[in-house]
Ligand binder design. Sequence first.
Ligand SMILES: [Fe+2]
Ligand SMILES: [Fe+2]
Length: 234
Amino acid sequence: MSKTDSTKSIKSEVNDSCQTTLSFFVGNIKLHAKKLFEGANGSHDWDHTMRVYKLSKHIGAAEEADMDVLLIAAYLHDIGRCFQDESFGSVCHAEKGAQMAWPIVKGLPLSESQKENIIHCIRSHRFRGNHAPNTVEAKALFDADKLDSIGAVGVARAFLFAGEVGARLHSPEVSIEDSRPYSKDDTGYREFMVKLSRIKDKIQTKEGRKMAEERHNFMERFFKRFLEEYEGER
Ligand SMILES: [Fe+2]
Ligand SMILES: [Fe+2]
């Protein structure tokens, strides 16, 4: 074996062993994160995290993201969720999650910039205030999280959430402007009108936009038919 070949083979062995070590850490992160969702409501539970993980894989590959950064951030992105719920919204789960994630992330066999990027992904996935996602990984995670709120899964989640707050199936006699969150009128249709119908315009990546367009069109078709069936027209 030539000197160059043997250097290459040593490098690839070192890379393989780093990857094995990282996989071990990532496995533990997944178990730790999953535990934090015990008892969570179905609309914002660990299953959501796993759907975001799969969407992140898809978008991240298309956008050539650093998958180590993106997939660790996907597992951790909502770990602060229960603190937001318990505080009735006064704690931001993205900010809290970023604080909770640092002790977990700091010991990983990754570069400092990768670790900072993971924290940035978590902090900016909600895109509130001045925390805009500004790396390709943060944009991919943001899109993955938003895509899980729209399309067929988005409609299903909207009705699941409406059930959790005790809302009706539909409140045609109350205008959307007069209906209040967490009330009997916080229906799946209200969620679509107030929030879900606007999500596609916030998407950050090219692949995300393609998927969001399709999911958005499906929701429009679904709710058009829903209203027609509700009124006995079809
Ligand atoms: Fe979130
Ligand atoms: Fe999320």
